[in-house]
Design a protein around this ligand. Structure first.
Ligand code: ADP
Ligand code: ZN
Ligand code: ZN
Length: 814
């Protein structure tokens, strides 16, 4: 018997292994097996399928171990991996790497780490588990090979799995950052009062300390209504102090016990949608359902604050009632926190949240709950697509236009929305795409009748769309403009908004203080030593920083070209804007939301909460403030530099600019319709500005689709980009030329390049790229992908080019 195994590496194909006689009964697709590869390096791979025929031409080596008694990934997942690998031109091993939590990747090189928070009560452990737990307690860490020695068995994985489940230890190096177990004080009644009689006696014979009596009664009440009683809950209910509780504990009536709380609080499974849909929402819901009768994918084009979320919730409720699972995708991890608060109010424990910032233990926990079907709904960022659903009825892909759905680096460079549509087809599930500013590709699919369309073109509660006011920066003297990017009209609006006790968002697409510095004498501009980019000045950190590779440099006092000492700061980053706003409005509370200010895991969510509670008046930020957030009291949005958005060099620039401006203005006046957006710009005539002003997506689409057609861009073509990176510019170029020649015979008509991108060197690697604009027939695309793979092998078999990094990217997005 032989098996094809997926190993989490970029191997050119899956290898085949032999299954020893005694293991054959246990082999099914989806379980993990341990195999040795090259110089005995061991890996945990996943069995993709059983191969009946004897492989010709080589003798497969035997697998070493079987790691699971039941599959950790199911057939549907394996199909999804295969599709992603094929479509996005990577290996299934690379998909596996992205798809499963680290804890499921353990191999004999992994390390078990003692959980110091674990109580030393080992009574719940089996004999084998106990042996390992004891060794771990003493040594702190054990290699899996050491576990094998201790137990004298080969198949140690079931034991390890149990130990991890029982939180005796963690697996994997990553965990060195250390997972902190959450604990809480629980209060119990002493067992001697378990019987009614004893309890009655106690209460009847109570003499002193009436407050303690009150506390005890409160305890009994809580216990009866909620089942479990924590110390904070009890003290709150009884309005008592910790000292009073201590009295009862000392008397031996109550017992305090420190317990681990479940990592993911398990809320009761609710289904209480406590709102009514508006007539327009009701109609949209009915239309979606009708479309789902005949189509798999439906676009809900709902303007900002039209209440798309409410419609989603009704659809989710229906799926839960049918016993089906729902995947709710959002483009950014940062958005999930606000959304989960909204959803949990109505769905409670039916819904879980999943993304790559969770630690491995938490991820495995959710993984298992989805696998067993216990959890019905998952809210997550793109990687949630890889969860082991078994009964999926619906995928909601909110903000479907968002470029963050496409993974850039590393492989798999997949688009989660598009992969979701494939994944849904395996379950015969439905996909709802939602957006106020749909991607051109999606809207094109609607026009082609591939997707259904439902429109929700009024805001909930008849709230008006914000008024867009264009400020002509040309009218402001250059000197004044160089000093501050805040025009007098914008300052006036901010002032009035503050007086009206409303909030303000200021959007600027550049972080840092000054996006670049220039020598006042000779015009020299500091660049990164490793990348072809100018350095941004960060005032808080007093550093120059490269936004491409992250290298920081001390602030220069002297020009390296002419030796003079005077630099001028050019342009305005969020940090500088924050400072200028603070100077202009000393009484206002100002905060900044960008990549630099929200580094920690909870920073972003905390900032959102503070803003939600109106403890911040003005929020200055980059892209991060644009997306999907729902704030009640924002009535003014300022777009500081619209030219910067409109002048970006990419074929999607108009689409992006519209989305950005429409989305950020969508944060204004969501509840009362008194929103205003101030757009500062020099090029007032730009057509996209007119579309934004009229909130007119249709005209943007018409305008844009013509461009795409004329210049052979998606949705009329399929793009494949191939990137070549090497520290020697010529070697990278040569490799790109070989590929170009290899492809040109068949695909010459669709080929562009090799060329250098605008930023042609990052981290000391020179970059060349080839772009193919292929006709949209699957055969041509398929052949071209095959040809690219062949060329990659040819190039990399040449010693001169072995270290060139060749990266194919299907449907690239910048
Ligand atoms: P969108 O996602 O379309 O931008 P939201 O779903 O965030 O809009 O809705 C905007 C606001 O209106 C939210 O605060 C939401 O709670 C409220 N809202 C929308 N529909 C309803 C409804 N049917 N009942 C109560 N509140 C609603
Ligand atoms: Zn100079
Ligand atoms: Zn750099």
């Amino acid at each position: 018997m032989f098996v094809e195994v997926i190993i989490p590496l970029a191997l050119p194909k899956n290898y085949t292994w032999q299954v020893p006689e005694q293991m054959q009964l246990a082999i099914v697709p989806g379980i993990r097996v341990e195999v040795a590869l090259r110089k005995n390096k061991k890996y945990a791979g996943i069995v993709k399928r059983v191969v009946k025929e004897i492989p010709v031409g080589f003798t497969p080596s035997p697998i070493l171990n079987i790691l699971d008694s039941s599959p950790v990934v199911n057939d549907t997942q394996l199909k999804l991996w295969e599709w992603i690998a094929q479509y996005y031109m990577c290996t299934e091993g690379e998909v596996m790497q992205a798809a499963i939590p680290a804890n499921l990747k353990l191999s004999s090189e992994s390390v078990l780490q003692w959980n110091e928070e674990r109580t030393l009560d080992f009574s719940d452990l089996s004999d084998s588990e106990f042996i390992i737990a004891e060794a771990l307690e003493i040594k702190g860490e054990l290699k899996i090979s050491e576990v094998q020695q201790l137990l004298d068995i080969n198949n140690t994985y079931p034991v390890i799995k149990k130990l991890v489940e029982k939180r005796v230890c963690f697996v994997w190096e990553e965990l060195k950052e250390k997972y902190k177990q959450k604990t809480e004080n629980y209060i119990l009644l002493h067992p001697k009062y378990a019987q009614e009689k004893e309890l009655e006696e106690l209460l009847n014979n109570w003499s002193r300390a009436p407050k303690q009596m009150e506390l005890l009664l409160a305890y009994l009440h809580l216990k009866n209504t909620t089942g479990i009683v924590t110390q904070p809950d009890l003290l709150k209910k009884a309005n008592a102090s910790a000292a009073q509780l201590k009295g009862l504990i000392e008397k031996g009536i109550l017992i305090g016990e420190r317990r681990n709380t479940d990592r993911l609080p398990s809320l009761p499974k609710l289904l209480s949608l406590d709102f009514k849909l508006s007539a327009a929402q009701e109609k949209a819901l009915a239309s979606i359902k009708e479309i789902f009768e005949s189509k798999t994918v439906c676009l809900l084009h709902g303007i900002t604050a039209s209440g798309k979320t409410q419609v989603y919730m009704k659809l989710i409720e229906e799926q839960i009632q049918l016993g089906k699972q729902v995947l709710y995708l959002l483009p950014e991890i940062a958005l999930t926190a606000q959304m989960i608060r909204r959803l949990q109010k109505s769905l409670g424990g039916h819904i879980a949240i999943y993304h790559s910032k969770f630690n491995p233990n938490e991820r495995v926990e959710i993984w298992n709950k989805i696998n067993s079907g216990e959890t019905k709904v998952v809210l997550g960022a793109r990687s949630a697509l890889f969860l082991p659903f078994n009964n999926l009825g619906l995928i909601i892909c909110d903000e479907e236009h968002d470029a963050s759905y496409k993974q850039q680096d590393p492989a798999p460079r997949y688009h989660s929305r598009d992969a979701a549509i494939y994944y849904a087809s395996l379950f015969d599930a439905r996909v709802l795409l939602g957006s106020a500013t749909p991607s051109i590709e999606t809207y094109f699919n609607v026009q082609q009748n591939k997707y259904g369309l439902v429109e929700l073109l009024e805001r909930y509660g008849d709230v008006a769309m914000p008024v867009i006011e264009l400020i002509d920066l040309k009218q402001i003297p250059a000197k004044q403009r160089n000093e501050s990017p805040l025009s007098p009209s914008l300052l006036k609006e901010i002032q009035e908004t503050l007086e009206a006790k409303k909030q303000i968002i200021l959007f600027q697409n550049r972080r840092g203080y000054a996006p670049y510095m220039i020598c006042d004498t000779c015009g020299w501009i500091p660049h990164c030593n490793h990348c072809d980019v100018t350095l941004t000045f960060h005032k808080g950190k007093q550093k120059l920083s490269c936004h491409y590779c992250g290298t920081t440099y001390p602030v220069l006092q002297t020009c390296l070209a002419c030796g003079n000492h005077h630099f001028v700061q050019k342009n305005f980053g969020t940090e500088k804007i924050e400072e200028l706003v603070a100077e202009a409005f000393p009484q206002a509370v100002i905060a900044r939301m960008d990549y630099d200010s929200v580094k920690g895991k909870h920073d972003h969510d905390n900032l959102i909460k503070l803003f939600e509670q109106h403890r911040i008046d003005i929020l200055v930020g980059t892209q991060m403030v644009v997306k999907g957030l729902d704030f009640e009291k924002v009535s003014l949005v300022g777009i500081i530099d619209a030219d910067g958005i409109l002048n970006f060099t990419d074929f999607r620039v108009n689409e992006r600019a519209y989305q950005l401006m429409e989305q950020v203005s969508g944060r204004a006046g969501r509840k009362d319709g008194l929103g205003k957006v101030v757009v500062q710009v020099t090029n007032l005539k730009h057509p996209v500005l007119q579309f934004v002003q009229q909130h007119n997506y249709q005209s943007l689409y018409q305008f844009e689709i013509e461009n795409r057609k004329q210049f052979h861009y998606p949705p009329y073509t399929r793009l494949i980009q191939v990137i070549f990176k090497h520290k020697d510019k010529h070697i990278a170029e040569e490799a790109a030329n070989i590929m170009q020649q290899g492809l040109s015979i068949q695909f010459g008509a669709y080929l562009n390049g090799p060329s250098q991108p605008i930023v042609d060197r990052i981290r000391n690697q020179y970059i060349w790229e080839i772009l193919l604009k292929l006709p949209k027939d699957s055969k041509t695309v398929h052949n071209c992908k095959k040809m690219i793979h062949q060329q990659m092998i040819i190039i990399q078999n040449n010693k001169r080019y072995r270290s060139v990094h060749i990266i194919p990217n299907a449907d690239p997005i910048y």
